[in-house]
Design a protein around this ligand. Structure first.
Ligand code: PMP
Length: 433
């Protein structure tokens, strides 16, 4: 691993030492521990707009946005106010509220495939539940997922998973029984022929295909048009439920997510991150006839003490309202193009093997001479070069996801000047090789 030339502030260093005694690896989610780049994570005190401040008082431009949710930046006034109004009325009732129906309506109006929706507490719960409903609705057991795609830590989906699982070299986790994975078929992303063969052999046994329509979890890798078309045609023909996991892409690549942007409508969709406006909230939804299999309308069990939590719903609702009334998507696309172009130029200038891949406000600079369309190709990227780049940018006050196999995110506050400043910093860092 790259040895960090950046010296972590004394307060972060002490806080991490303490945290490691209390929590496994010192963190509550593995990617945060900086394991992939070697070193000590920054402990965060607060965020404001596009900035994060660590407990040593240093400022960073935030290109993680809490791994996706913070498209409106930290402490957006409309979101903060909605949370405060809601929390003043109580934090949880375990009974229906009108606010839940308002958020459900916003989601249904936004996302083309969703006719009915259920609110849950995380992206993991959303994908876990969607898979169960697809199996219940079709009476079939098998599912297809793609190597390098991450759908949360659901046992049956933790096979050849992206994100921290790929980064830390544990794509198949101990503790997942062979039984849990035996009905999961893992295929290569963007491989139309592999998909056709799987359907030709056992299409009538496949309950669902789940995928990230633009992958963020092996770095940014979009699905090709041909792959999307093949997915939709094959699943329609065999009565398989097509699930877009839009936990990352939902409300980010367009208000209606990747499905709006690419004009391909799946049968079910999973949401998380932005839909909760920075609070713990996920959702899954789809065709009404599929969703009506869920208890108590149907027989597929799924429940949650805190599901539809009023404070989380208030944050999500305020976030979606802001995105609908002031759509930032054109601006985000422009900034994405600016960042991609700038990073490509400076990488080329310094002779760094590179591949900048981006869609809207998701972007990855792969230290890889060839285009990346699947996990096998992503895996060939130079992790050490990424580590040096990561620490170099931290030193410059720029906070990127700490892995080659994650996409960066930015939001409405990342100005043209801020993107230019980021490119200049990358120029200085890549000059050192
Ligand atoms: N699906 C995708 C595409 C994700 O990116 C993630 C989280 N990064 C999840 C599911 C799981 O969501 P959560 O971490 O909220 O459980």
């Amino acid at each position: 691993h790259a040895s960090p030339s950046f010296s972590i502030g004394p307060k972060s260093a002490a806080a991490f030492e303490n945290a490691r005694k209390l929590m496994p690896g010192g963190v509550n989610s593995p990617a945060r521990a900086f394991g992939a780049v070697g070193g000590t994570p920054l402990f965060i005190d607060r965020g404001e707009g596009p900035y994060l401040y660590d407990i040593d008082g240093r400022q960073f431009i935030d290109y993680i946005g809490s791994w996706g949710p913070m498209i409106l930046g930290h402490q957006h006034p409309a979101v903060v106010e909605a949370i405060q109004r809601s929390v003043a009325k109580g934090t949880s009732f375990g009974a229906p509220t009108e606010a839940e129906s308002r958020l459900a309506e916003q989601i249904i109006n936004a996302v083309p495939s969703i006719e009915k929706v259920r609110l849950v507490n995380s992206g993991t719960e959303a994908t876990m539940s969607a898979i169960r409903v697809a199996r219940g609705a079709t009476g079939r057991n098998k599912i297809i997922k793609f190597a390098g795609n991450y759908h949360g830590h659901v046992d049956s989906l933790l096979v050849a998973a992206g994100s921290a699982a790929a980064t830390l070299g544990v794509p198949d986790s101990p503790g997942v029984t062979p039984g849990a994975g035996q009905d999961t078929i893992v295929l290569c992303y963007n491989d139309c022929e592999g998909l056709q063969n799987a359907f030709a052999e056992q299409g009538d046994q496949i309950a669902a295909v789940i995928l990230e329509p633009v992958v963020g979890n092996m770095g940014c890798v979009p699905a090709t048009k041909e792959f999307m078309t093949a997915l939709r045609e094959l699943t329609l023909k065999s009565g398989t439920v097509l699930i877009f996991d839009e936990v990352m892409t939902g409300f980010r690549l367009a208000y209606g997510g990747a499905q709006e942007r690419y004009g391909v409508v799946p049968d079910m969709t999973t949401l998380g991150k932005i839909v909760g406006g920075g609070m713990p909230l996920g959702a899954y939804g789809g065709r009404a006839d599929i969703m009506d299999n869920v208890l108590p309308a149907g027989k597929v069990f799924q429940a949650g003490t805190l599901s539809g939590n009023p404070v989380a719903v208030a944050a999500g609702s305020a976030t979606l309202k802001e995105l609908e009334t002031h759509p930032p998507y054109e601006q985000l696309d422009q900034r994405g193009n600016q960042l991609a172009k700038g990073l490509t130029q400076v990488a080329a200038k310094h002779g760094v093997p590179h591949q900048v891949q981006h869609v809207g406000s998701m972007l990855t600079l792969f230290f890889n001479p060839d285009p990346v369309s699947n996990w096998e190709e992503a895996d060939k990227s130079d992790r050490e070069a990424f580590g040096r780049y990561f620490w170099g940018l931290i030193e410059e006050g720029i906070y990127l996801p700490c892995s080659q196999f994650e996409a960066l995110f930015f939001g409405i506050h990342h100005s043209e000047e801020m993107i230019a400043q980021t490119i200049d910093a990358a120029d200085r860092v890549l000059a050192r090789g």
